[in-house]
Write a protein that binds this ligand. Structure first.
Ligand code: 13P
Length: 244
């Protein structure tokens, strides 16, 4: 049985005071007994969150990393810097970064840079509304996966985040999400048979306390990547509590 993962992507939200409140509140509420719990703050707050989560078992993820090693890359953050700040994970290929121009090849290069320093990528894939409506959803997702599947490693996580469900309040139904998760696992079985059953596939897109349990009950949904609801301790801890 795959252990569930619930990860909170805080995106570009927060302040020192807000984050201190949030993490203190989470630390007293979430249980990591049956589920990996991860938070992903903006880079400037990683060190603060590392201190506040010490000893809690809550894991830390960067929201991105450079494909380059340390050097003359102004404004970039190297994968080994994330490790230095206590990260075990890094979110890569989020649709908000893809919309800003990040390519499949860059996502693959970043994943390689992350793995080379022991950081586990959370690889995001997902189609737009127009792509779903024109029947291209599976083709879009498998094309994004094809860029990273060759080098997929044990411990990597995949997150299916349909763009039309992100921040919109419109969640994929459990059946829609399961259908795509099944396609993703079948793709892995074809290209990485040894990893297909063990790789955790998260759903992301308007996950809330009210819909988490029914999403997480689906056979191939191994947890969630949560945006807006991860900024509220009550909501995020309820979502963690809904993980089997
Ligand atoms: P929301 O949960 O706010 O829809 O965001 C999902 C997401 O993009 C997580 O990475």
């Amino acid at each position: 049985m795959r252990r569930s993962v619930v990860a909170g992507n805080w995106k570009m939200h927060g302040s020192s005071a807000m984050i201190e409140d949030l993490v203190k509140s989470l630390a007293s509420r979430v249980s990591i007994d049956t589920c990996d719990v991860i938070v992903s703050p903006p880079f400037p707050y990683l060190s603060l969150v590392q201190q506040l989560t010490a000893g809690t078992g809550i894991g830390l993820a960067g929201q991105n990393c450079s494909e380059h090693t340390q050097g003359a890359h102004t404004g970039e953050v190297a994968a080994d810097m994330l490790v230095d700040l206590g990260c075990e994970w890094v979110i890569l290929g989020h649709s908000e970064r893809r919309q800003a121009g990040e390519t499949d090849a860059q996502v693959a290069a970043k994943a390689a840079a992350a793995r080379s320093v022991g950081l586990k990528p959370i690889l995001c894939v997902g189609e737009s509304l127009a792509q779903r409506q024109s029947g291209e959803a599976v083709a879009v997702v498998t094309t994004q996966l094809a860029a990273v599947v060759k080098d997929l490693a044990a411990g990597d996580v995949i997150a299916y985040e349909p763009v039309w469900a992100i921040g919109t309040g419109e969640t994929a139904t459990p059946a829609q999400a399961q259908e795509m998760h099944g396609e993703i696992r079948a793709f892995l079985a074809q290209h990485q048979p040894a990893l297909a059953e063990q790789t955790r596939i998260l759903y992301g897109g308007s996950v809330k306390a009210e819909n988490a349990a029914e999403l997480f009950a689906a056979a191939d949904i191994d947890g969630g990547l949560v945006g807006g609801a991860s900024l509220k301790a009550d909501d995020f801890s309820a979502i963690v509590g809904a993980a089997p």
